[in-house]
Design a protein around this ligand. Structure first.
Ligand code: FAD
Length: 367
């Protein structure tokens, strides 16, 4: 059912980052009419700044339910790579990933690591083969996973958005939503250019989701991430992840990321943040000392109070939903979230989203 100005769409999404784009594509694939309103001059305010490691982080090993959900998300992302890249161009680089762990972490999580299929331990010879040019301390243990993946956020979003447009999703840039008002039979969405109505609304506004008039009491906050892109004659054999990461870019560049800072909505790079990243890069790979920083970026990851995404009905609302709070795993898990949300919204099947991500449950019914 195509939407027109006189026909309220089945779904209106507030925010066109990777989370909104994947959800828009999933919803429109069911035959629903979908409109996306995004405030920016271009979509994906945080997504566009992201390029990095799209595999489940070992920091979630102690939370088996969420780690398992992220592993399922990786399968959906792999499917996106296989499906979208031939049509819309390359947005990922598949390379083995080497992760450095402190002995204390190995002692604490050894069994979980073995059971999680997170890779195999390698010695110095294995390290030299997997990461030529890396200069790493003997005090760490190194885990090699052949299934590493680096994703460029801007290119991934561009591919998904183009897929959305091909499926007749109506997508408007430069439309800031000021208020979402639930009425008895529809939802009114107030923008600077007038009010539009929709049957149901999903707030996918990233770090801005808890802004005034949107999903106000849901506690999504920004976390700044800075990263640098280096141009160098050095080539990375794979992805290297420790306190920060080094990853091959989609071009020939090297991506160094990323800081995690509680800096409110300050969205700029800082001397301190970039300094830390460059020090890390040149210590771990001395050959990068002569590289040229060609791009410095900062973006705001959306983070929830539980550290997990919040996906489902906004507490106290019947027609207003949210999908936000993807923190440092939004590229990895946007598609999986989109599939789970679409099943919930169109078939009332919420099983693909852990109950811990249900906003009402996560917020203790307090929002
Ligand atoms: C430096 C950096 C590195 C990262 N590295 C990784 C990584 O390695 N792996 C990984 O998986 N993830 C990574 N991430 C995280 C990932 O980028 C985010 O989780 C993801 O992009 C969030 O997507 P989103 O759609 O929720 O938000 P966004 O991309 O920010 O999209 C939300 C959109 O909503 C719009 N909006 C906001 N308010 C309104 C309004 N009132 N009306 C209309 N529109 C509105 C904004 O303009 C924006 O375009 C990284 C992030 C950063 C910053």
């Amino acid at each position: 059912m195509p939407s027109s100005p006189s026909t309220p769409p089945d779904f209106l999404l507030v925010g066109g980052g990777i989370v909104g784009a994947c959800l828009a594509e999933e919803l429109s694939a069911t035959g629903a009419s979908v409109v996306v309103l995004d405030a920016g001059r271009e979509p994906g305010r945080s997504t566009n700044k992201a390029a990095g490691v799209a595999v489940p982080s070992l920091r979630y090993l102690s939370d088996p339910e969420f780690y398992g959900w992220l592993r399922l998300a990786k399968k959906d992302l792999d499917a996106d790579v296989a499906r979208l890249e031939p049509e819309y161009g390359t947005f990922s680089v598949a390379r083995p990933i080497v992760r450095a762990l402190r002995q204390s972490d190995v002692d604490a999580h050894g069994e979980a690591l073995e059971g999680a299929g997170a890779g195999r331990w390698i010695d110095r010879d294995g390290l030299a083969a997997a990461g030529p040019g890396l200069k790493l301390p003997d005090s760490r243990r190194y885990l090699l996973d052949d299934g590493g993946l680096m994703v460029d956020g801007r290119r991934y979003l561009d591919a998904v958005r183009r897929r959305c447009l091909a499926q007749k999703v109506v997508w408007h840039q430069g439309r800031t939503v000021r208020e979402v008002r639930e009425e008895r039979d529809a939802v009114s969405v107030v923008t600077d250019e007038g009010t539009v109505t929709a049957d149901r609304v999903v707030i996918t506004a990233g770090a801005w989701t808890s802004g005034k008039g949107l999903a106000e009491a849901t506690g999504i906050r920004p976390q700044r991430g800075q990263m640098a892109v280096l141009r160098s004659g050095e080539r990375l054999g794979g992805i290297f992840s420790s306190a920060y990461y080094l990853a091959p870019g989609v071009g020939d560049d090297v991506v160094v990321g990323a800081t995690e800072e509680d800096s409110g909505f300050a969205e700029h790079v800082t001397a301190h943040g970039i300094g830390q990243l460059l020090r890390f890069a040149t210590t771990v790979m001395p050959g990068l000392a002569e590289s040229v920083p060609v791009e410095l970026r900062a973006g705001l990851r959306p983070v929830s109070g539980t550290g997990r995404p919040l996906a489902g009905a906004v507490p106290g609302r019947e027609r207003v939903f949210m999908a936000a709070g993807h923190a440092g795993h939004g590229l990895l898990s946007a598609r999986h979230t989109g599939k789970g949300m679409a099943a919930g919204l169109t078939e009332d099947d919420w099983d693909a989203l852990p109950y811990s991500m249900c906003p009402d449950h996560a917020l203790g019914g307090s929002a």
